[in-house]
Design a protein around this ligand. Structure first.
Ligand code: NAD
Ligand code: MG
Length: 396
């Protein structure tokens, strides 16, 4: 899968975000291995310009046209050769270029679906951080990967841990591999032990202050509601062909064990490490080799204790809603995801309260008829309708 001189051609979708910048940090440590072909962002032209100066990609994509115009000017003034493209179609284009071997899919939310899918359709090695794409269109995504001989490697720390703890070459049958359960760990987020009464008044700032990880705002709120874990249950279902009953969420506040696989003989295999996304990123980028990720070695004596508790579905109804959507199947996970994206945005804009996030999602799931999924259009239609209903809920 490597191109000329053994270099891997890399596109980073969402390069200005938390995962994107961690990816480029790993790339910078291995200039002999990776050549950046394309970088993309929504509207942060200053950050993207800095990345263009440093990594000299062939292409830079800005989704927003004003930002694209500014970037074009800066690139010209600096005498760089990077071609600036604009708009959503360009995201798919740079995910499919022949000189691209691997695509880091790190756009947040449903906005990343088409570009992540384009990487699958063109048979790339997909380093998937954009979990929402799998939640929305799991069957379509996994079919595209299989039919086009793409390679799908999980970046989400839990799924990367599970991938590492499963037998090499795991082909999608837990029973054939002697696997009895997937133990998906969760930190519990910033409100793990906050009372229901206090949850009523939490602010976006409090929700975004995660105890163990520094992340984008959307996933930070998802971690606070535990919808992130719910989305990850659905993600694990598609990645590992595990049923809802096969996936047990384990609250583990230290975030040292990133997840575990339980086998029929009683063995439990875990992957441990400091909570630093550069570990799963480097793992997936170099797989099956191992490369330096710039991550400090794990100091077990400093950690000393690891705790485990059962998830609280009463205080974190989003987790129950995600299990419910996974069991319902069809368009239900896409509806869940779209309603959640609208709810999170509204919470961040102080339009709804924290505890209204799960209420909104539950109401949209109740109201919107759920359908089977045959095509991408079915998914996109369900997504659009859920966003419409969620908007109505907020304005009601
Ligand atoms: P972020 O908000 O920090 O970055 C998002 C990136 O996507 C930015 O580059 C932004 O320009 C781009 N983007 C945003 N909206 C866009 C749009 N409409 N069209 C095109 N590009 C757009 O997010 P993040 O925390 O890096 O998360 C990215 C993805 O990785 C999410 O799906 C998240 O769930 C997943 N993930 C993140 C972490 C983490 O530690 N941050 C861990 C596991 C999984
Ligand atoms: Mg995760």
């Amino acid at each position: 899968m490597q191109h000329q001189h053994g270099m891997t051609g890399l596109t980073v979708l969402g390069s200005t975000g938390s995962i994107g910048t961690s990816t480029l940090d790993v790339v910078a440590r291995h200039p002999d291995r990776y050549r950046v072909i394309a970088l993309t962002a929504c509207r942060q032209d200053e950050v993207l310009f800095g990345q263009c100066v440093r990594f000299k990609p062939k292409f830079a994509v800005m989704v927003e046209s004003d930002a694209a115009a500014r970037l074009k000017q800066r690139i010209a003034d600096a005498g760089l050769e990077t071609a600036v493209l604009c708009g959503v179609a360009a995201l798919e284009q740079v995910a499919s270029l022949p000189e691209v071997d691997a695509v880091m899919a790190a756009i947040v939310g449903a906005a990343g679906l088409r570009a992540s899918l384009a990487a699958a359709n063109s048979g790339k090695r997909i380093l998937l951080a954009n979990k929402e794409a799998l939640v929305m269109a799991g069957r379509i995504f996994m079919d595209a990967v299989r039919q086009n001989h793409a390679t799908l490697l999980p970046i989400d720390s839990e799924h990367n841990a599970i991938f590492q703890a499963l037998p090499a070459g795991y082909a999608g049958s837990m029973s054939d591999s002697g696997v009895s359960r997937i133990l998906l760990t969760a930190s519990g987020g910033p409100f793990r032990s906050t009372s229901m009464e206090d949850l009523k008044n939490v602010t976006p700032e409090q929700a975004c202050a995660h105890p163990n990880w520094v992340m984008g705002r959307k996933i930070s709120v998802d971690s606070a509601t535990m919808m992130n874990k719910g989305l990850e249950v659905i993600e694990a279902h598609w990645l590992f062909n595990a049923s809802a009953d096969d996936i047990q969420v384990v609250v583990h506040p230290q975030s040292v064990i990133h997840s575990m696989v339980q086998y029929v003989d009683g063995s439990v295999l875990a992957q441990l490490g400091n909570p630093d996304m550069r570990t799963p990123i480097a793992h997936a980028m170099a797989y099956p080799e191992r490369i330096d990720a710039g991550v400090a070695p794990l100091d077990l004596f400093k950690i000393a204790t690891l705790d485990f508790v059962e998830p609280d579905f009463q205080r974190f109804p989003c987790l129950a809603l995600a299990y419910q959507a996974l069991r319902a199947g069809g368009t239900a996970p896409a509806i869940l995801n779209a309603a959640n994206e609208v709810a999170v945005e509204a919470f961040l804009n102080r339009e709804i309260a924290f505890l209204e996030v799960p209420q909104l999602i539950a109401d949209v799931l109740d109201k919107q008829p759920q359908d089977i999924v045959d095509t991408l259009e079915d998914v996109l239609a369900a997504d659009a309708e859920a966003r419409r209903l969620a908007g109505e809920w907020i304005r009601q």
